[in-house]
Write a protein that binds this ligand. Structure first.
Ligand SMILES: [Zn+2]
Length: 412
């Protein structure tokens, strides 16, 4: 197996589907379809054909001596002006797995999956194809979605031969596979491996998420005439809460088990330079791998908001936006992943994944593990996204090792 061939494929895909601003493989659009057509062409010389499931995910299978199946995969779609590795790295490494076994009958069945619309960049729903396959997609929650041009998701799917109401049939199709492992290689998209100067990381699982809006309501008043002690300043309550949420994240973080809290939205009213803010609404996104820690962080944030509200003589209300439980990966596969990374790089740093991935959707259905590649400057979803070549080569080799170890493990 050959890391150089993977890198050559990645470069060719980038050259075909990028502008000077980055990758343009937006799901369900023409450049994405072109990328998939190019990929189909890469499979033809291997005698391998693509099966598209009801959700638009592409599956390529090399039958083995046993129906027990090792699935490798990721996604070819990108955000607009995206990077050359996000998603594509896992798919091209999977292609190398098939290429190196093509023409043989491996001990177990090997399947590569290219998930449809992982990014959700056009319609705002991430993991669309993999959640359909996982049976966790509620089609009625996405039926009304439109893109910025006003095109509906339903029409964009139809343009690609997909019927929204049939998408969840992909779950039955997944269940028909005797899946024993799902392995996904992905760029880290954050600064942790770089900060340790490590090429490759063993991913422990994907963070659980608690996402809310917190609304503080006080009284708008004249900024010149209202003494500080008599104000009901909703913004100050929100600001104190935001600072306390940083402290909460720091307090609950342990080495190798970092957690995060983010206030990403601040809406203030009446938004006048001469008025004390009467209303302030902030978003709070909290993430942790340990469900107990996530619950404790959420309780702490509620307490902090109550205290800040009292201190500023305002009221506070919470509105739930979204929640997903943590998805820890399989212990046997984690052990194989550690071995593979250690053999290739000399050590095996472990880290959780803050972003969600298609792998998270597979966790309830089969043993799963992910491997991360070093991310230059921690950047992703932009044209600057990169992994320096020596780190990239090592990581691809470690991943190919993991696949071989998993094949042996599943074959028993
Ligand atoms: Zn991705």
């Amino acid at each position: 197996m050959d890391a150089q061939r993977v890198i050559a494929d990645l470069k060719e895909l980038a050259a075909r589907t990028s502008t000077p601003d980055g990758a343009q493989r937006l799901a369900w659009g023409p450049v994405w379809r072109e990328a998939r057509e190019w990929f189909r062409g890469r499979l033809e010389p291997l005698g391998l054909r693509i099966r598209t499931d009801s959700a638009g995910n592409n599956w390529i299978t090399l039958p083995g001596k046993s129906a027990r199946t090792v699935i490798v995969g990721s996604h070819l779609d990108s955000v607009p002006n995206g990077g050359w590795l996000d998603g594509a790295l896992g798919v091209m490494a999977g292609l190398e797995v098939l290429r190196s076994h093509a023409g043989t009958t491996p001990p177990v069945t090997l399947t590569l999956v290219d998930w449809a619309d992982e990014e959700g960049a056009r319609f705002g729903r991430s993991l669309l194809g993999s959640s359909a396959a996982a049976g966790s997609l509620n089609v009625n929650e996405v039926r009304h979605l439109t893109d910025r041009q006003g095109v509906s998701l339903v029409d964009a799917l139809a343009e690609n031969g997909i019927t929204l109401d049939r998408m969840t049939d992909a779950h039955r199709e997944l269940k028909a596979i005797d899946a024993r492992a799902y392995l996904e290689l992905h760029i880290e998209q954050g600064p942790v491996l770089e900060s340790m100067n490590k090429s490759t990381g063993v991913v422990l699982g994907t963070f659980g998420v608690e996402r809310h809006m917190i609304r503080f309501a006080g009284q708008a008043a004249h900024s010149g005439s209202t003494p500080i002690a008599m104000r009901r300043d909703a913004f100050l309550a929100a600001a104190e809460t935001a600072l306390e949420c940083r402290a909460i994240a720091t307090r609950h973080s342990k080495p190798g088990a970092g957690v995060v809290c983010t206030v990403g939205v601040v809406n203030v009213e009446p938004k006048i330079v001469t008025a004390v803010p009467g209303v302030c609404e902030i978003s709070l996104d909290q993430r942790a791998l340990d469900p107990g820690v996530l619950a404790a962080m959420h309780r702490d944030a509620r307490d902090a908001a109550e205290r800040a509200a009292r201190a500023n003589n305002v009221t506070v209300e919470w509105r739930h936006l979204w929640r997903i439980e943590p998805r820890p990966f399989d212990s046997d596969l984690l052990r194989l992943c550690e071995e593979a990374v250690r053999e290739e790089t000399g050590e095996a740093p472990r880290l959780p994944s803050g972003p969600l991935h298609d792998a998270a959707e597979m966790v309830p259905h089969m043993p799963v593990v992910m491997m991360f590649a070093f991310s230059s400057n921690g950047l992703s979803h932009c044209k600057e996204e990169d992994t320096p070549l020596p780190h990239l080569e090592k990581t691809i080799r470690a991943y190919l090792r993991l696949v071989e170890k998993t094949i042996a493990h599943v074959a028993g």
